[in-house]
Ligand binder design. Structure first.
Ligand SMILES: C[S@@+](CC[C@H](N)C(=O)[O-])C[C@H]1O[C@@H](n2cnc3c(N)ncnc32)[C@H](O)[C@@H]1O
Length: 310
């Protein structure tokens, strides 16, 4: 039956139909079966995502057909995210290596990077920036690519994530401006201060994790969950970040659906929630002075959490 498939468009159409029929979940790199199948087919043929439409009529060799069909079957049978299957994905318009060592890049923070963090950085000078909980390195490396004058540290507690992040630093040729540091939150960054700290930490609640579709079990759990309500790491970050921010420094953190729990836990703290093109995505902006002004309540909430962890 699949012998009837010949062209790039044929395989994209076939993959999309099979993905829909199998009831797959999308959400790692795309939100629909056609984009998912396009990513799989083009990447596995070593073709760019912006391939001019005329090439859609190009025919695959027998070896290419077998390779693409095998990947389509694995996407369905193993529920592997397409980025892991083809070993690459795109973030903020840049190509990154992606595999099971770290989460598939998908943070809405890409939109902030592409827009120069407007209006949040207006009138501020950034010399040093930090991507805390960097995973594949996507946020910090993209910040360095878009801002050639910035020095960027990227930090993660996971050796596996850092090994992938280091490969991505080399892949994007930003070795001179991006340093990967092994660090349990700020533990390995003593004495370092930043004008901007950006983070997409783990924030999925235990209940949400238990209900996640099969695609997500392939990602490291350390990158997804952080305590029962997903806020353990975020609270530690809020407690410790001021020491690592310059006087006018800014903290930008993604907490996704945990936004509501965080706002309810710390009602005094003036979190500013970013509006993206698609609406709110659970990303807040805070100034260092806000962290200092509310240090006592933040510390109390973080300490209560540490007590629970013991
Ligand atoms: C949600 S993933 C984000 C990865 C990446 N920033 C992105 O947007 O794709 C969270 C990352 O936090 C790291 N992490 C978990 N606990 C940590 C800790 N205590 N200190 C530093 N990093 C941590 C995980 O290893 C994982 O790579």
């Amino acid at each position: 039956m699949t012998a009837e498939l010949a062209t790039i468009i044929d395989f994209i159409r076939y993959g999309a139909s099979r993905f829909s029929a199998a009831g797959l979940t999308f959400g790692h790199s795309h939100d629909n079966p056609i984009d998912e199948a396009t990513h799989l087919v083009l990447a596995s043929l070593h073709l760019p995502p912006d391939l001019p439409p005329a090439y859609g009529a190009g025919r695959l060799t027998i070896e290419e057909r077998e390779r693409v069909l095998a990947l389509i079957e694995r996407r369905i049978g193993e529920r592997l995210p397409v980025a892991y299957l083809v070993g690459e994905t795109w973030f903020a318009g840049l190509k990154f290596k992606s595999d099971r060592r770290a989460l598939v890049p998908r943070s809405p923070i890409a939109e902030l990077i592409e827009s120069g963090f407007a209006p949040w950085l207006d009138g501020r000078t950034v010399e040093r920036a930090l991507d805390m909980c960097t995973g594949s390195g996507c946020i910090g490396i993209a910040m360095a690519e878009y801002n050639p004058a910035w020095q960027v540290d990227i930090a993660d507690v996971s050796d596996e994530a850092l090994s992938l992040a280091r490969e991505n630093i080399a892949f994007q040729h930003v070795e001179d401006r991006v340093e990967a540091v092994k660090s349990d939150l700020f533990g390995g960054l003593q004495g370092r201060r930043y004008d901007l700290i950006v983070s997409n930490p783990p924030y999925v609640t235990e209940d949400e994790y238990a209900a996640l579709p099969g695609e997500y079990v392939h990602e490291p759990k350390l990158g997804l969950t952080s305590g029962e309500d997903g806020l353990d790491l975020c609270l530690r970050m809020l407690d410790e970040a001021a020491q690592h921010l310059s006087e006018d420094g800014l903290l930008i953190v993604e907490v996704g659906e945990s936004e509501h729990a965080l706002a309810a836990l710390l009602p005094e703290v003036p979190f500013v929630w970013v509006e993206f093109k698609v609406g709110a995505m659970g990303v807040f902006v805070l100034e260092r002075r806000d962290l200092l002004e509310h240090a006592a309540v933040i510390r109390a909430a973080a300490a209560a959490r540490r007590g629970k962890q013991v």
